[in-house]
Design a protein around this ligand. Structure first.
Ligand code: PLP
Ligand code: COI
Length: 353
């Protein structure tokens, strides 16, 4: 499918400084759009200036939340090229989300072609590392009507923007609140889909966490309320007696691409890595006894975020020394070296724009 180019040319006014690029606040001048209609499929792919979308107030996405999205990054390499990190995995995950949310899949080749063309046009908006160009593909239900059924028309779009660090304030560790009063996703629900509703339903817990001085919420399983699932925008890893341990992707958590990549890197670094159910009491005991030496979150926006403290009710547990631990440091360095192009990309993870 040929992508029509109606982009505007606009370079940043000043050199982009990763230290002054809060997450998700700045957007590149152009965006990609393609429409889907029942009986017609995907049509009219185009790159147009970034700007408001025109939607009917009765558009289904506004009422019933039929929406999915992705998040990935591109990095500026030492040779000046701009490279995407594992975009094929995000494209495949978008299609998994689409299936769960009764939305049309979009060919992986079209998603990748659209990302590459859009970023090639706005390449000057990719800041120097450790900054990155954050890429946000999304699909929304556009049919006008208030009956509850799967929309007969959709818009897929991609916006991008230069970004520095997800957690502002320059601190090196995060404080996480264990959610006891709310759940994120139940078996059979939409936990594995990257859909707006999962995030909307987490906002109240997030606000309470903030009031308590925490950065994010740790979700427990919805049935027994005792197994660790994930954090608001990251998967979670625990180091128990030197073993990097993470919860299985059993249907209620997002199958993170950073999580998957860290599994591969741990293997190469000689760090034992297992996926298994993790009991929250096991974590508390481990933190008290010293068997659990580190906890860190991982995700596209968050990269590798060491957890310094865990708050459960009134009890505050310190994790290790409260600073970044040695395993998180090694994993972080190994991952970002590939992303930044300072270590060989033996897995073919980086895709040139
Ligand atoms: N879990 C949730 C709920 C997320 O929003 C994210 C971020 O995308 C992740 C985990 C990490 O996934 P990934 O590594 O693919 O960014
Ligand atoms: C990402 O890491 O790309 C995400 O989508 C997290 C986002 C919800 C802030």
């Amino acid at each position: 499918m040929d992508i029509v180019d109606r982009s505007v040319a606009r370079a940043p006014k000043a050199p982009l400084d990763p230290k002054n690029l809060p997450f998700g606040r700045n957007f590149s001048p152009n965006m990609f759009q393609v429409d889907w209609d029942e009986g017609k499929g995907w049509h009219d792919p185009r790159i147009v200036p970034y700007g408001p979308l025109s939607l009917a107030p009765s558009a289904m996405v506004l009422h019933y939340g039929q929406e999915i999205f992705e998040g990935l990054k591109a990095f500026r390499h030492p040779d000046g090229s701009v490279r995407l990190f594992r975009p094929d995995r995000n494209a495949a995950r978008l299609n998994n989300s689409a299936r769960r949310m009764s939305m049309p899949e979009i060919p992986v080749e079209l998603q990748l072609d659209a990302m590459k063309k859009l970023i090639a046009i706005d390449r000057e908006w990719a800041p120097p590392v450790p900054g990155s160009l954050y890429i946000r593909p999304a699909m929304i239900a556009t049919e006008e009507g208030l009956g509850v059924h799967s929309s007969k028309s959709f818009l897929y779009f991609i916006i991008t923007g230069p970004t520095g660090s997800y957690f502002s304030g320059g601190k090196s560790t995060v404080r996480i609140m264990v959610a006891r009063d709310w759940v994120r996703a139940a078996p059979g629900g939409t936990g594995t889909a990257k859909t707006g509703g999962n995030y909307a339903s987490s906002l109240l817990a997030g606000a309470v966490a903030k009031q308590k001085g925490c950065d994010q919420v740790l979700w427990l399983d919805a049935v027994e309320r005792r197994h660790v699932e994930e954090v608001g925008a990251m998967n979670l890893m625990f180091v128990f007696d030197g073993v990097v341990t993470t919860a299985p992707t059993s249907g209620t958590i997002l199958a993170g691409i950073t999580r998957e990549s860290i599994g591969v890197l741990c293997h190469e670094l000689g760090l034992p890595f297992v996926e298994r159910a993790i009991h929250i009491e096991e974590v508390f005991h481990g933190l008290s006894s010293g068997d659990c030496t580190e906890i860190f979150g991982c995700g596209t926006a968050a990269v590798v975020s060491p957890v310094g403290e865990l708050l459960d009710g009134e009890t505050l547990y310190k994790v290790g020394t409260g600073d970044e631990g040695p395993v998180a440091k090694r994993v972080h360095e190994a991952l970002t070296a590939i992303q930044f192009g300072t270590a060989p990309d033996n897995h073919g993870w980086m895709v040139r724009v």
